[in-house]
Each structure stands twice: as C-alpha cells, then as structure tokens.
Design a protein around this ligand. Structure first.
Ligand code: UD1
Length: 416
C-alpha cells in the first residue's frame, strides 16, 4: 500500500496544467461502444479509473491501444456483453456501459458497480430511465441483466438530476429513430462534454447544460478524435492547495465558468484572481477568512467533489465555517483524520462546523476515498512537521501524479 509523505509549511508558486476531466472521460469511454469505427481520445488522464474502463472494454472484446496520452478504441470487435464482478467492483463508472451496450447490441449484463464508499449510491434512476426506454431489466444474483429488442424513444422525468443516470439515458437513446427528452436532467459540464462527444461521432443531442435534454436517434455513427474538457475538480483542488499554503499559481486548461462558485468564494476569503479564457492566476498572500456557508448541490451549486478539500482550507482559515453535504450521506470520513491533525470540527448529521485554528500538526492519517484523500494531502501541505497519508491508491483514482504536480510548485511531498 503506497503512501504520501508530506512535509508541510512550504509556500507554493508556479504553473500547473489541469489534466482532462475524469468524470468527463469515463462516460465518453463507454460512449465509444456506440460506433463501429475507431475513436481516438486525446489527452487521456493517467488515472486508475481510466485504465479500469479500458480493461472492461478489452474484456468485452474491444481493441484499445494507448500511448503518448492518447487512446484508440475500436469497439467493432465487441462479442461479450457481460461485465463480471471482479471488473465492476472497483469502479462505479462500469454502470456507464449499460446504456451504450443496450443501444448498440440490445443486451447487457453488468455486476453491481463499486466505487468510493461515500454512501449507498443507488442506481434506481439509471434503471428507471432505461425501463422508460423499453428495456427489460432483471436484477438477480448481483447482476443487472438488460434486454431490449428496440429502444422506444420517450419522455423521461427524472426525480433527481443524477449525473450518471442522465448520461446513461443519453447514451441509450443515441441510436435508432425518434426523439427522447430528459426533464430534470443534470447540468454538469461533464454532461455537456458527453453531448459534444456524441455529436462528434455523428449523434444529435440538444439542450445539454440545461435541465431539458433532447436526443434525436441516428442510425449510424462514425469515428472521431476527441479531447475531453479540463478537470474542474482537479483545478479546484490545486486552487485550494495554494490557498491553504499561501503563494500563487497559474492554471492552464481550466475553464473559469466550471468553477466560478469556488473562485468567488476564494475571492471573498481574500484570494486575488486574474481570469482568462482557458487559464487563471490566483494569489493568496495572507491567512484567509472562513467561507461561512458551504452547501453541496448539483451543478451549478457547490460540488460535493470539492467538499473535503474546501474543508481542509477551512480548518486553518480565520473564523467558523458550516459545511453541509447534501449529496452523499457518508462523505465526512476525512473529518476524524483532520481532527487527528488538530482541526476543530463538530459533526451534526450532514453538517460539519469547522472552527479555524492557527495551525495543524502532522500526523499519520488514512485516506478512505478519493476526494477525502486529497483533502488530507492538502492539510499535510500546511501542517507543521510530517504527515503520512495512507491509501495513495484512492487518490490515484482521480489525480494523475499528484505528488509530481505539487512538487513542481514547491510542495515537499513524495510517494513511498
Ligand atoms: C457523479 C460523479 C461524482 C460526483 C457526483 C455528484 C462521475 C463518474 N462521478 O457521480 O464524482 O460526486 O456525480 O456530482 O461522473 N442517486 C440516486 N439514484 C440513482 C443515482 C443517483 O438516488 O440512480 C443519488 C445518489 O445517491 C446521490 C445523488 O443522487 O445522492 C447524486 O448522484 P449522481 O448525480 O448520480 O452522481 P454519480 O453519477 O454517481
């Protein structure tokens, strides 16, 4: 089990290029199933979740060639439609294979997906959407078995704007004839990116980024070369890292609109920003003021995927912050670890009250999920002495070479 060893107290300064978005590329990889022509994906992030999605495609018979930060996926050779437990258990995105497999082959058998332990994470909305499209679904023996003669285009009202369910329904509706409308769709930038990818392979999707998405069935799709958007969560994590340590950073491959809420909150706390079209510069020169109220919400609200990292900053900010986690019920597992480092945090159900302290002290702590792990690294960057963050593999799921990136702007962090 690899660990990160962090020696805190360095100011950070430099330029970081933000990698492609994990949450954008994972459904896009599944979307490659929709066409028989090869698809090139550029600028693929070197993270374990992407590698696992490629393993799943290969296990189904697809050809995936990778190198130089790109991948070429040829799905025309897919001959197996089952994703076994050992491939699905570590990665929730395995569920994205359902929509495209059904659209293309009329069948799919997927073991219940795994992923970070941040709550119960049901998939009822995915299955509801697919059933509305005429898919017969049988849930037995730990598998979701789907069968469908022909997708039946329809209107789907989601009870909640689930990101994954919206993406699965979009991909299930791309092939064939007729118009499918999703009401109360998720509006995340990654949804827009998936829609752009579908259009790039010849599909037709309108309204992505709003709560009403229309998908017009097409009979054939074709090859493309596609580059996913920059990762707004990585960008936010870097900004929070520099905010916590002090210093300055220029981020490239980063769209301000995708993280404007965080930028505004950091600006109100005392950071200075200069924003250009796909890059931004931030300076943090003194101890920041607490962000009094943070509530995670679906986009464009505050992202749950930055809740743990923003909490690390609040532990050393001046004042008290109330952080409410509305999306996932057990997404506070980083809290006891931050407390070991001297943070003053009180938990009340889904609410964390964080009283900023002058300084944290290094400790041995354990990551138990991706974003919680990133939060502990950020806390280590500012803590006095040495912090050892166990469970680096959780962090590797979403941050390519985190230690190299942070070292390049002056942090003292290494992997052991
Ligand atoms: C995606 C992101 C994840 C992020 C989350 C919320 C990917 C690969 N992952 O996850 O990083 O934290 O959005 O921004 O893009 N829900 C149901 N039934 C369902 C589906 C979801 O009740 O069928 C609930 C979930 O339990 C959760 C909420 O809806 O409380 C949000 O989940 P959802 O938007 O689906 O997130 P994911 O797609 O799993």
């Amino acid at each position: 089990m690899q660990k990160f060893v962090v020696c805190g107290g360095q100011k950070l300064s430099g330029t970081l290029r933000v990698d492609s978005s994990k949450n954008a590329i994972l459904p896009i990889i599944a979307g490659c199933i929709l066409t028989d022509e090869p698809v090139e994906l550029q600028d693929i992030p070197n993270i374990t979740d992407v590698k696992k999605m490629f393993d799943i495609l290969r296990a189904m018979g697809a050809k995936v060639e990778t190198g130089d930060g790109r991948a070429v996926i040829d799905s025309s050779t897919i001959s197996r439609f089952e994703i076994p437990h050992h491939l699905a258990k570590d990665i929730r995105s395995s569920i994205f294979m359902l929509g495209p497999l059904i659209a293309k082959y009329g069948r799919a058998r997927v073991a219940y997906p795994g992923g970070c332990d941040i709550g119960s994470r049901p998939i009822d909305l995915h299955l509801f959407g697919l059933r509305e499209l005429g898919v017969n679904i049988c849930e037995e023996y730990g598998f979701i078995d789907c069968y469908c003669e022909k997708i039946r285009p329809t209107t789907i009202h989601l009870d909640y704007p689930s990101v994954g369910a919206t993406e699965n329904i979009m991909m299930a509706s791309v092939l064939g004839s007729g118009e499918t409308t999703i009401f109360n769709a998720a509006k995340e930038p990654e949804i827009v990116d998936l829609a752009n990818f579908i259009c790039a392979i010849g599909g037709r999707v309108e309204g992505a980024g709003t709560s009403t998405i229309k998908i017009y069935g097409k009979t054939t799709l074709h090859s493309t070369s596609y580059k996913p958007i920059g990762d707004r969560i990585i960008a936010g994590t870097y900004l929070l890292g520099v905010a916590i340590c002090g210093g300055s950073v220029t981020l490239t491959n980063c769209n301000y609109n995708d993280i404007s809420l965080l930028v505004n909150k950091l600006h109100n706390s005392g950071c200075y920003f200069n924003v250009e079209s796909d890059k931004m510069h931030m300076e943090a020169n003194s101890r920041l003021l607490s962000i009094q109220n943070i509530e995670t919400q679906p986009y464009p609200g505050f992202p749950t995927d930055l809740q743990a990292q923003v909490m690390a900053l609040q532990t050393v900010s001046e004042g008290t912050s109330v952080i409410t986690e509305n999306l996932f019920e057990t997404r506070f597992k980083h809290v006891p670890e931050l407390i070991k480092m001297g943070a003053k945090i009180t938990l009340r159900d889904r609410m964390a009250i964080v009283r900023g302290v002058e300084s944290l002290s290094g400790a041995e702590v354990s990551a138990t999920d991706l974003r919680g792990g990133a939060s502990l690294v950020l806390a280590g960057l500012v803590a006095k002495g040495q912090t050892v963050v166990d469970g680096a593999h959780f962090i590797d799921r979403g941050y390519p070479s985190l230690e190299e990136k942070l070292s390049s702007i002056g942090a003292r962090i290494e992997r052991v």
